[in-house]
Design a protein around this ligand. Structure first.
Ligand SMILES: [Zn+2]
Length: 74
């Protein structure tokens, strides 16, 4: 059983789902949704890779969501 805010070290991946309206979702949030679907609730780090293989900067919505899931240090 995973405790609240416990980081397991598992890696979750996802893709960006782009749509012609605003209902798509970034890969970062999609990966975090995948993590939550698998019973976890805390992240240590997020790596966003762009189509050219270089690191990208997450959008504001993803950064806000990340702050809600960052592991608490006690
Ligand atoms: Zn985003």
């Amino acid at each position: 059983m995973i405790k609240k805010h416990q980081v397991t070290g598992r890696i979750y991946t996802a893709v960006c789902v782009d749509t012609s309206c605003t209902l798509g979702v970034c890969a970062e949030r999609n990966a975090m949704f995948n993590m939550i679907t698998n019973g976890e609730n805390a992240i240590r780090r997020v790596l966003a890779l762009m189509p050219d293989g270089k690191a990208g900067v997450p959008c504001g919505a993803c950064r806000e969501f990340m702050t809600q899931l960052m592991a608490r240090r006690v």
